[in-house]
Design a protein around this ligand. Structure first.
Ligand code: HPA
Length: 268
């Protein structure tokens, strides 16, 4: 793994900019990157260790600049395990952000909704997660700056969640809250799997986020996670699931998500 190489390449492009907050943008949620004035754009091919993404709706660049007056770095396009990437590739950007001095990570994703009370599409604050990927980016030798056995009792920061709730409330945006189950994918779940996840305590299911959050917590980075619940999970709707539908619903939620993320950044 090449955290040092990635950090050196990104730092050189950032110049004087020292991002405090990193935002990982999920499927169809790339709009925030367009709202950064005078952005520093760093395509993944310029960062050692960053593969070029292949999934439609995932751009493949880091965008640094100011959001609401706060220096930020946005990750537009993430590395999924289902693409064949190793967990430490999925977590590489987050490790690099931490080395660059980022203290707060905001992760967004698209997810299917399991909780029957959710009115879908909706945003959901991630309160906790289930790592059902059976992978962990911390496996192997301990990476410098990380712990062998990081505590995961509060993976998603309480204060940041409170701030996000307040921002959403004041903006009149519905923000559900629940447990995100991270699965490997890429096939969507079967109805029996959804029933199992429901019994295990999941409110939403998706194919990302967990590796990034684990790496962030191993470095003491505070995390806020927000899911765009784009569809009802398998077996809970009469319609077959498609990636197009997920992207389209993600776009519908993007404006609200942007309001929440900007409000949180402003309120830090
Ligand atoms: N399942 C898994 N991942 C997803 C879903 C889903 O229903 N929707 C968006 N990402």
């Amino acid at each position: 793994m090449t955290v040092a190489g990635a950090v050196a390449a990104v730092r050189e492009r950032l110049g004087d900019l020292e991002p405090r907050v990193a935002v990982v943008l999920g499927s169809g949620l790339g709009g925030l990157a367009e709202g950064v004035p005078r952005p520093v754009r760093i395509p993944y091919q310029d960062v050692p260790g960053f593969p070029t993404p292949q999934v439609a709706g995932h751009a493949g660049e880091l965008v640094a600049g100011e959001l609401e007056g706060v220096p930020v770095i946005l990750q537009s396009g993430r590395f999924h395990l289902y693409e064949g990437h190793a967990p430490d590739t999925a977590a590489l950007a987050v490790r690099a952000f931490a080395e660059l001095g980022v203290e707060i990570l905001i992760v967004t994703n698209a997810a299917g909704g399991l909780q029957p009370t959710f009115r879908i599409p909706t945003l959901m604050l991630i309160a906790d997660h289930l790592n059902l990927m059976w992978r962990n980016p911390l496996i192997g030798p301990v990476v410098e700056g990380e712990e062998r056995f990081p505590d995961m009792a509060v993976p998603y920061d309480r204060e940041l969640r409170e701030l996000a709730r307040r921002v959403a409330r004041e903006a009149g945006i519905r923000l559900e809250e629940g447990v995100y189950a991270g699965v490997l994918g890429p096939s969507y779940e079967t109805p029996a799997e959804i029933e199992m996840l429901r019994r295990a305590g999941a409110d939403a299911v998706g194919m990302s986020t967990v590796p990034e959050v684990v790496a962030a917590r191993a470095r003491g980075v505070r995390v806020l996670g927000i899911s765009s619940i784009t569809n009802r999970a398998a077996g809970l709707s009469a319609e077959p699931l498609s990636h197009q539908e997920v992207l389209e619903a993600g776009r519908q939620l993007a404006a609200d998500l942007e309001v929440v993320v900007r409000g949180v950044v402003r309120g830090l």
